[in-house]
Design a protein around this ligand. Structure first.
Ligand SMILES: NC(=O)c1ccc[n+]([C@@H]2O[C@H](COP(=O)([O-])OP(=O)(O)OC[C@H]3O[C@@H](n4cnc5c(N)ncnc54)[C@H](OP(=O)(O)O)[C@@H]3O)[C@@H](O)[C@H]2O)c1
Length: 285
């Protein structure tokens, strides 16, 4: 299977490539990042995909800085919506599947019941709106699509776990928001799910996060506990932490469609985090 991956230097792109390369001979990978394929450039996208004729495209490229999206709306939509559409149209032209990564931030985040795929979306920040538009444009342009919504990702690269561990080198006390809930998700678990989904014809929308839920405060406490660090974590409210973009309060996703299809292989978030921290203490990731 020939797979073209965008955003290869990002957290998820790196892990997907690592895992797909383990199955020697099964996948032929075309690895792209912004330097050799800017997904906002439609003619470049059409030209490369027509030349390569992949069987599938996995779009890991995105404008992921949630706060910057607020003041840079046009570029957020250019990458997260138009870029996704460009790939989807190009995939359609060569008969390829398209797998798009989306986000829990398409939801408003009210209540305390995990969101299923059929629940209505209503994003409250620009990042969420741009990703929601990306979902829509893909649905409208290529029936052979998988929309995979995930959340609170960590892997190789910049993420919350790394930020906490870096901060702990400088301080013995940290303040973290305790009124936003979600599910920390390892790129290892997500890449495994994506690879499995891609081999099927089960097109549609899927929620794909680790199991369980916690607040950012609980997440930080667990990171330090598993790392054997004695750091005091103070809980603060979202209102106390002034940020440009509003965040959903309760963005927990239920992997309902994966469960229905017998494809839910996600571990509980604490288990995946423990593996990540153990590996991180041995190698620099
Ligand atoms: N991180 C999370 O917590 C989270 C949560 C929910 C959903 N997601 C979604 O999961 C996916 C993967 O996230 P991630 O954490 O792996 O993101 P990431 O580490 O920020 O990687 C995104 C990659 O896309 C590249 N990119 C940006 N604009 C591009 C363009 N115009 N053309 C080509 N590449 C471009 C970035 O390059 P530069 O670094 O050079 O800009 C970066 O390498 C994204 O769709 C994201 O929206 C992430």
């Amino acid at each position: 299977m020939r797979i073209l991956i965008t955003g290869c230097k990002g957290q998820l792109g790196l892990e997907l490539i690592r895992q797909l390369n383990l199955s020697k001979g099964v996948y032929e990978l075309i690895e792209t990042d912004i330097h050799n394929l800017d997904i906002t450039d439609q003619s470049a996208v059409l030209c490369l995909i027509d030349a390569v004729k992949p069987d599938a495209i996995i779009n890991c490229a995105a404008y992921t800085n949630v706060d910057n999206c607020e003041t840079d709306e046009a570029n957020a939509f250019l990458v997260n919506a138009i870029g996704a559409r460009n790939l989807s149209v190009a995939a359609f032209k060569v008969g390829a599947k398209i797998l798009q990564i989306s986000t829990d931030y398409v939801f408003k985040g009210e209540g305390n019941i995990p969101k299923k795929e059929y629940d209505a979306i209503s994003p409250i920040n620009c990042y969420g709106r741009s990703k929601a538009m990306g979902e829509r444009l893909i649905r409208e342009t290529n029936p052979r699509h998988f929309i995979v919504r995930t959340a609170w990702l960590y892997g190789q690269g910049k993420n919350f776990v790394r930020t906490m561990l870096e901060l702990a080198k400088q301080r013995d006390e940290i303040s973290v928001v305790n009124d936003q809930f979600g599910t920390p998700t390892s790129t290892v678990d997500l890449a495994r799910c994506i690879t499995e989904l891609l081999s099927t014809e089960g097109y549609g929308t899927y929620h794909a996060t680790c199991e369980g839920e916690c607040s950012w405060h609980d997440f930080a406490v667990k990171i330090f506990e598993l790392s054997g660090m004695n750091i005091r974590v103070n809980g603060i409210t979202s209102e106390q932490l002034i940020r440009p973009a509003q965040r959903p309060k309760y963005a927990v996703l239920d992997n309902f469609m994966l469960k229905v299809c017998g494809l839910n292989t996600f571990r509980y978030w604490e288990e995946s985090l423990e593996e990540y921290i153990n590996i991180k203490s041995n190698v620099q990731i």
